[in-house]
Design a protein around this ligand. Sequence first.
Ligand code: DSN
Length: 429
Amino acid sequence: MSPSPFDHWITNDEEVASLLAQEWTRQTTTLQLIASENFASPAVMAATGSVLTNKYAEGYPGRRYYGGNQVVDEVEDLARRRLTSLFGADHGNVQPHSGANANVAVYQALLDPGDTILAMRLDQGGHLTHGSPASMTSKAWHFVSYGVTARNDDPEHPGEMIDFDNVRELALEHRPKLIVAGATAYSRQIHPAPFREIADEVGALLMFDSAHVAGLIAGGSHPSPVPYADVVTFTTHKTLRGPRGGAILCREEYAKKIDSAVFPGQQGGPLEHAIAAKAVAFKEASLTSFPAYTAQIVKNAVAFGSALAKEGFRMVSGGTENHMLLVDLREFDAELTGKEAQEVLDRAGITTNRNTIPDDPRSPFVTSGLRLGTAAETTAGLKEAEFEVVASLMAQALRRRSDEAAIGNVRDEVAELCRDFNPYASFTK
Ligand code: DSN
């Protein structure tokens, strides 16, 4: 275990320093394949750990409820300018503490309690805030849910894709005030145009939750929803590679309502240290190197999926067009659950998360699927050839999951790979 280069300043708290060192070791000696994670740059982390954490700034630039915000106003204005310029949007709000807060703020801004929202079901790939019974969103608004088409193993016509006939039928039947596009467990491009068409047909507003793919959009690897959607929400820490947090883009006509719903509607004082880090990330995503990074994320995911398929795993929808793979484990081993696979892979130094697959017969806690992502390890420099090796290591560990020596061997090979691909070396190249 070695200290991270970023926490040398923790000199008088051995317990926290030790935990940070342990986490640094975990992140840099094991593989990070969680689709919603990434390695933020040292500049992003420095801003997150900066003096701005000390400042209260309720309100917006030029309209604060506390004194001493001259610098903070410039920070937030800079973040907003960089955000709207990166995505070509009319208006940006950088205050949401998370993607969930951003989504709820949009519902609050544009709807009345009880209004109907049409969104993707969580167990078909949506998000908790898209109306899951476990989320307060389902108590405050009336959700109707769409899903994906049935499984189809014909590679020419893959199933398990967003069912636009179902979206349209439900929209015509229920006349939602808002349609939500976007997913957390869906490996295909989500085209905004068909959603816009359906929204226009029924007079609904369109929100695009681009949390997972915001970086792919910024890098030009996925179509931008900004020209189509009334509002776009996202998190800043996934493919966009910024600090943990949320953001909202909207058309000018909704700017005032969205801002009021975030503060004071949902939140109190904004996290200006996180906002400064968002500004850093928006600048990094505008650099000429970023499109090559996001293109590599997608190429890696495609190669990873093909290599896993050769090992006997089934990819939900037959493949990927983004940073993510949703793996149906049942073809590889009918007995293997997502829960057990996640635990075995953890022991082998490969960090993943279990995930339901469409029409999963198992519970969300057990699942038949595993969700994998390539954004973080692409930051570390892995390319197609290394992802093929990772697929083979995963298969070895899962095939021999009751053999601790075999899992130990995989873990050693993973550690060797991680020695060659330290994520924080890549930022200084
Ligand atoms: N929890 C996030 C994810 O892992 O996709 C979504 O908010």
